[in-house]
Every structure is written in structure tokens, then in C-alpha cells.
Design a protein around this ligand. Sequence first.
Ligand code: GLA
Length: 736
Amino acid sequence: MAILIDGTLFSLTTKDSLYQMQVDEYGVLNHLWYGPKTGMDMSYLNQYPEISFSGNLADTGVKRDYSLNDRPLEYAEGGMTDYRTPAVRILHPDGSSALDLRYAGYELLQSKPEIDHLPASFDRSQQTPALKITLKDALYPIFVHLFYSPFEQENVIARSVCIENRSDHLLTLDKVSSLCLDLPDGNLDVIHFHGRHAMERLVERLPVGFGTFRFESRRGNSSHQHNPAVILAQPHTTETHGACYGACLLYSGCYQVEVQKDQLEQIRLIMGLEESTFRWKLNPGQVFNAPEALLSYSNKGLEMLSHQFHDMFREHVIRSSFVHRPRPILINNWEATYFDFNGKKLLEIADAAQECGIDLFVLDDGWFGNRNSDTESLGDWQVNEEKLGMPLANLSKAIHEKQMQFGLWIEPEMVSEESQLFKDHPEWVLWIPGRYPSRSRHQLVLDLGNPEVVGYLYQTFAKIIADNQIDYIKWDMNRSISDFYSSYLPKQRQGELAHRYMLGVYELADRLTSDFPNVLFEGCAGGGGRFDGGMLYYFPQYWCSDNTDAHCRTQIQYGTSFFYPISAVGSHVSAVPNHQTGRMSSLETRATVAMAGTFGYELDLTVLGPEECEQIQKQVKVYKDLQPLIFDGDYYRLTDPFQDGLAAWSFVAKDGSQVLVQSVIYEQKPNTRYSRIQLRGLDSNGLYRKDGTDACYTGAALMEGGMLLNLPHGTDSSQTIRLSKVGPHPSENIQG
Ligand code: GLA
């Protein structure tokens, strides 16, 4: 049983991990252990001597060796002698904000419940239970319900928190976290994923120092600047060895992560809603649900941690039926034409795409209103038939007649000042009274905290999808939010807007994806500005970055892979010189990199020569063949592209039968040895044949000795190698 309750001891087990908590003699819920299975009650470690200036709770009497400030707490409150960062802060009507949370009971649920209006992990077989532990404030009837669901095979624990106000007064929630994890080990590194537009999810690894390391988003989306995911790893932890903890939020709005090292060299990890953009009024009788967080532990390095998250996302987070279905290879007209197109040009690109075997034509920005630049028309979702030269339904029909699918770009959450929608409904825009709203990419933000706006957007886009035989939607979001003020909300509830906005986005995504289950949705926020577990719940794929440069993409995709599965990574081949960096790289290299994702093209196919078209035809065939391995296999980061000058990664099928190794060398130097790359995840005793040759190697040779990469000359040259497992034992066929 994955959840064991022995008196006051709660143990959650997964395949390789144990998580323990215990209620002590004062009713405080202590965190005891998270790590490998130990087969016993770990409370013997939970003893503390008297520590000066660590005050004691009133009911500990004269006892001076019990302080909340020292102990590992399961959900840390503030104001009662724990001076570390709290997980929750509630303002009472008397003006105080202390909470004194004590154990009030538990419930074991046979299957994991959903969370109202929020994305949450699920188990379709209903085999994953949930433990609900309830804490209550010692003074007021304020309840904190902690939910835990251990996903055994994936070694993941899903956690969520619900605050319930059973008092008869209005509460103000000032801080609510999804996860609090107190770890006794202070000698850990923090690994986090920072970046900027067109350079998302770069990797930084730092030792956790005394004090608090914090990152967050206040931008209304999870942001390009910092992904809502973090790893704590022992200093010696590598891809393949050592212990590490990973945590990520299934949330796409303002969030914060705090990693605090205290005076006793213990570490507290807190993840939840960002404090400065959150203030929630909770009426008597109401509950507030915090977003879900996923937590995972690996004692076999970062690679195993990533595999656990990838499996978790593929099996229990991405709810779209496309998750394991073959996905279409697409051609998107954005970098081919930007706003400068007409129906004829689009059909020419579609013709060229059809010849290459491409499955899906995506019409990007510029098909509606007077949208010929990014200065106007967002919100006016009427088809510009003059520009297209035909109704949208006719264009879609013409594409379908080429045996291709038709996809469309939309940006539901935004509005241009130059639009009819803005003229009709200025009150639907986020706008602080008396101030002029700030623009970004010339656009303003619609108030998705207002259900009327969400309803209007649903009607608008449901009709477009239904009327035009749409097979794919690219849902974009092209600015960070500011000017948080909603004319729909009363002034005392303005602090709820950032979260209410996200609930509105989720509501719209939920309705559209539920009502159109056969439409493939791809998320986008100026590339990867909202690439997170919350959006992946609704959209099985996400445009990873507006940067399509192959060299940069190896780094962006490397950082993305720590938490998110490759099947979610939108990646395309674009033109050279690259539009973001000016770099030249071969068509082969661009395809090698884009194949480590959902694959497609984003360039003007009509201007390519016959040789390039032939190459693309081959690439399309190769990718179709490889997609199951790329989507469902285990992914290995074979190098660190930030350090090694070489990006190499591989996919190994779950049944071990197929291996794909892809690599890009950034710079060739004369008179050097071949690069040698040690593979991972193979069967040591297995025999592998290099496809297209007779050469066979044992798994042990490929993993210990490695494989030589004969990378062609030129900067950013690439190589793809496929191996098939041909037998369990070495034979005389062995090369060398
Ligand atoms: C964003 C997206 C691009 C493209 C443009 C269109 O920048 O990330 O892929 O769709 O918007 O305006």
C-alpha cells in the first residue's frame, strides 16, 4: 500500500522513495523524511537540544528544547516562534496574522480527487489514492487540508493544499503555498531555469547559502525569465549519480520559489503563489485551493529525476488524447511571411509542403481584422477575407483537398487599442483607474478574471473552430501582464486578480479542449513564456521558444528537458540566416535539432531548390518513423551543451529495442580526435547494430568505451545515429 498510517505516523511510498510525517505530542505535524526507503519509522532523527533564541510554544510549559523554529514542519505557519519563511499567512479580523496549526485528523481517499478549476495530475485507472491531512488553527476554525498522492511507478508525490474558512469572519489570505519541504541536509545545490525571451530555461546551479534564495514571476504568466520548477541536489550529484529532489508547479501564473538555509543548516523549500500579486478574501464557509505541486526524489542522479517527471507528465498530467498519438508534422507560415501574405501565397506554401509529405498547414498571425502589423486588431477575430482572397472555410477546404490538415493561430487573451472590441468594451481591459495602461507589443490585456469575458472568448473561438474545419490551434500570449486592476472586481478584491486571471485562462482552455477533443492545441507565449505543467495539462505541446536557431535551441531544449517530456517540445526547422541570430547552419543540423521535439517547418518552402525539397521529403519520412521512439522513449542528456562545446542526446525505447543518438558540434577544430560519446540506458550484455551498417557493439562497449562521432566539417554540424538491438549476447559479429 502506497499510504501507510500507523497511529500518528504517515508513510507514503513509491517504487524507490519514502516520505514520512508524524504528529507529535503537541499536535504539530512534523516532516520526518523524504528519501530512499529505510524500512522504518524515522522519528528517531527528530530530536533537538535546546537552541538559544528559539522560543517555545505556550503549551510546551517549561520545556525549552521544543521550538517550531528548529523542527522540520510539514506546512510551516508564521507567528508562533518559527522565524523561517512560512508557507501560509492569513490576516485575521483582529489585525493579527499568527497561525498555530495543529493536527485535526486525516482521511484516506481511494482515488485522487480533482482540484476545482485548476489543472491537476490524475490516474485514469483510479489506482492512485490520496491522503488528506487536516490541520486546524488552535484559536480560530480555520482549516488547512494537505493532500498527498504517491504515484508509485513514477516516484512522484503530487501535493496540494486547501484552506477552509469555517469561522464567521472574512479572512485575508496573504500567502498560500502548494508545497513546503523541510530537509535536514543543508549541503545542497539549487538548480533553476532562468532566461529571457528567445533564450528560455537556461540552467544555473548554485550552492544553497545561508538566507533565502528566491525566484518568482510577477508577470501574470509563469514567464520566460524563470520556470516554476527547481531541483535540490547534493553537490556531487551528476546526471547518473547522487541524490536530488525535483519540484514543479502545475501552474501558469505568478508564483514564487524560496529555498532557505537556516541557522541549523537545514533547508526549507517553499513553492506557491507569488506574495506581492496575491491577496485573497475568503468568506465564511468558503475554501481556497492552491495549485498542485509535483515532487520527486532520485538517488540515481538528475537523469532518473527527469525520467520520473517525463513519465509523470506523459501518463498523469497531459490529459489530451494526443499525448501518445502520432502528431502531424506541420508547416507554419510565420517566419515565411510574417504579416505579409495573401491566400495565393499561403496555398503555394501548402503545395510545396504537400510535396514534402507535411501533414498540417498552420496559418499564423495576421488573418483577421486589419492585422498587417502587430499594432492593431487583436480582439477583432473576423476573418480578413480581402487579404485571404476567400473565406477562411474555403482556405481550410483547399488545404484539406491537398490531404493536409489546417491549423490556426489565435491570441485570445489580448486586445489592441486599435480594435472594435476595445471600442465596444474598454471595461474588459486590465486598467488601473486614473492611470494610462502600459503597452507591450502595442497590446493590452483582457480581463480573464471576468467570467463574461471568458464566455465571450469561448463563443468566439468555438465558432471559428467549428465553422472552419480546424484541426490545430496555436494559442499564443504575447506580453507580460501589468496594470493589475479589474473593473469587474470590487476594490477589496483586486489582490485576487492575478490568480483569477489564471483561473479564467484555465476555464477557457478547459472548455475549448473538452469541446474539441480532436483539435490539437499547441501553447505559446512569445515562444516558451508559459511553458509549464499547468498549460501542459490542457495542451500536449508547447512552442518551446521563438528562437529557432539550431545552436541556441540545443541549449534551450536541454534546459527544458529537466522536467518536461520531449513530446511536449514544439520545435521547427527555420530559414538561414536564422532570423533571431543570423547564424548559418545546414538543413541537416536544423532538422536534427528540431526532431528532438514535435517537429515541423517554419520557412518559405516555395523558395527552396529541388535538392533541399528532396532533403525535406527524406526528413519527414525519417521523423515519422522516429516519432514513437522520440515521444515515448527515455531521453538522455549525453553532454552539457553549456560546457562541452557539443550537444548530444539520445532516446532509448522503453523496451530497449531502438536507440537514437543525435549530436551537434558547435565548432570544428583542425587536427583533433573524433568526439567520443558514452551512451547510457543500454543493456550491457545486449548487442546493438548501427543502422545501415553491419557494425555491432555491445551495450557495455557503447556505454563504457563510447561511440565515435564522425561529425562533418563546419560549425554546428550534426550527426544522427540509429542503433537496433539485435540480440542479448555478444557474438563474433562484434566490431573490433
Ligand atoms: C509570437 C509567437 C510567434 C508568432 C508571433 C505572431 O511571437 O511566439 O511564433 O506566432 O507571436 O505574432
